[in-house]
Design a protein around this ligand. Structure first.
Ligand code: 5GP
Ligand code: ZN
Length: 115
């Protein structure tokens, strides 16, 4: 946990969030500024600043995050219709919060433009 990290504060409950899924390792909550009808952020409870900081020992956690994406897709009813998974990493991507997060976007047919 990092004291000045926004997402660590959300994990600790110091900042409220609209929770979608939680277990010992991960938390998923709705993005405050959704870019699609369904926009969920999935984060590890361990503070990892970005995808670039993922270490070999985090492998199991990262694999679990992908499993949880599908659990959420099932729970929220978009497993069949599909979703887009986005991870911004570093300044050119526009990463604003330096705590690893998966953007899960769903609920609309998305175009193929990514920039
Ligand atoms: P990034 O640009 O770092 O990939 O994504 C950060 C995301 O966090 C943005 O989509 C932004 O809307 C979301 N966000 C920023 N602050 C908050 C907050 O306090 N609560 C929630 N739920 N989402 C936030
Ligand atoms: Zn953090």
């Amino acid at each position: 946990m990092e004291n000045d990290c926004l997402f660590c504060k959300i994990i600790k409950g110091e900042i409220p969030s609209s929770k979608v899924y939680e277990d010992d390792d991960v938390l998923a909550f709705r993005d405050i500024n959704p870019a699609a009808p369904i926009h969920i952020l999935l984060i590890p409870k361990k503070h990892i600043a970005s995808l670039a900081e993922v270490k070999k020992e985090d492998g199991e956690l990262i694999a679990k995050m992908h499993q949880v994406v599908n659990k959420i897709a099932d729970q929220e009813g978009f497993k069949k219709s599909g979703y887009r998974l986005i991870v911004n990493c570093g300044k050119d991507s526009g990463q604003e919060v330096m705590h690893l997060h998966f953007h899960i976007l769903a609920g609309v047919k998305m175009g193929d433009k990514i920039v």
